[in-house]
Design a protein around this ligand. Structure first.
Ligand SMILES: Nc1ncnc2c1ncn2[C@@H]1O[C@H](COP(=O)(O)OP(=O)(O)O)[C@@H](O)[C@H]1O
Ligand SMILES: Cc1ncc(COP(=O)(O)OP(=O)(O)O)c(N)n1
Length: 271
């Protein structure tokens, strides 16, 4: 049996809801062997981020090389990268190993407001990382920062997606989790010529910690298994919907999503 493998390059969330922990749980649930290169350690729980300890760029590079030189990766996703030096190192390694199925989740700010990316690193994200991405998955505030556009309407999302595609990424997926005035959670995928909307019922809950990490990891898992971007996003949308719907109710703040829910539902459907 040749199992497919995915590498996450991201930060650690001690609370287990976001970051590397969410990514590895998602890979596991979707039948993909998960590997990791840690960019930062955060002391974090459902109440917020209490501290951030970045790794050196050299430490990040060495982890990626250990995976790349021996095991290889069928897909890669990036999450919290924290500073420009780490971003430049990660982009260079992606090029070196000629990894093509690359999902970039441009993580900037955690739900509680803590900064997970230094402001001066945004230009490196645009100039170095987005050109090597197959898919970039900003939420609305991240898309606004990256494009300097205000995003209120579906047309604004389309304009922002076009502008992001000009930076070199092949597919742009603008997530609608922050669009809280609608009853739906609508994500927009742009493939360079056409727009596709992925819509689901918005769940009224505060337990959405790690939705972005989980969603982008699920897309990477689909790509690792050889699926198209459209199919990977479709399945990731079903995965995140189930994970938000079947609440775990852990912690006193924004609790983590349920990474088991999708697999359990599929198991139930098969019976
Ligand atoms: N309350 C919700 N109900 C259903 N889906 C949601 C909800 N919140 C977020 N999502 C979905 O989770 C995914 C991640 O979106 P988002 O929360 O915008 O990302 P981030 O965590 O990066 O801010 C998207 O597919 C979005 O539509
Ligand atoms: C270590 C780490 N990485 C990323 C995030 C942000 O995760 P995200 O999925 O965007 O979820 P919220 O922070 O919005 O809940 C994080 N918090 N920690």
């Amino acid at each position: 049996m040749r199992i497919k493998k995915a590498l996450t390059i991201a930060g650690s969330d001690s609370g287990g809801g976001a970051g590397i922990q969410a990514d590895l749980k998602t890979f596991q649930e979707l039948g993909v062997f998960g590997m990791s290169a840690l960019t930062a350690v955060t002391a974090q729980n459902t109440l917020g981020v209490q501290a951030v300890f970045p790794m050196t760029a050299e430490a990040v590079k060495r982890q990626i090389q250990s995976v790349g030189d021996d095991m290889g990766a069928d897909a890669v996703k990036t999450g919290m990268l924290f500073n420009a030096e780490i971003i430049q190192t990660v982009a260079a390694q992606i090029k070196l190993y000629n990894w093509r199925s690359v999902v970039v989740d441009p993580v900037m700010i955690a739900k509680g407001g803590a900064s997970l990316l230094q402001e001066e690193a945004i230009s490196a994200l645009k100039s170095d990382l987005l050109p090597v991405a197959l898919v970039v998955t900003p939420n609305i505030p991240e898309a606004e920062v990256l494009t300097q556009l205000s995003i209120q309407t579906a047309d604004d999302k389309k304009q922002a997606a076009r502008k992001l595609a000009e930076l070199g990424t092949k597919y742009v997926l603008i997530k609608g989790g922050h669009d809280e005035h609608t009853d739906e959670a609508v994500d927009l995928l742009y493939d360079g010529s056409e727009f596709h909307f992925f819509s689901s019922k918005r769940i009224q809950t505060k337990h959405t910690h790690g939705t972005g990490c989980t969603f982008s990891a699920a897309i990477a898992a689909g790509l690792a298994q050889g699926g198209s971007v459209y199919d990977a996003v479709s399945e990731a949308k079903r995965f995140i919907q189930a994970a938000v719907e079947d609440q775990l109710l852990i912690g006193g703040g924004h609790g983590p999503t349920n990474h088991w829910a999708y697999g359990r539902r599929k198991g139930d459907d098969a019976q």
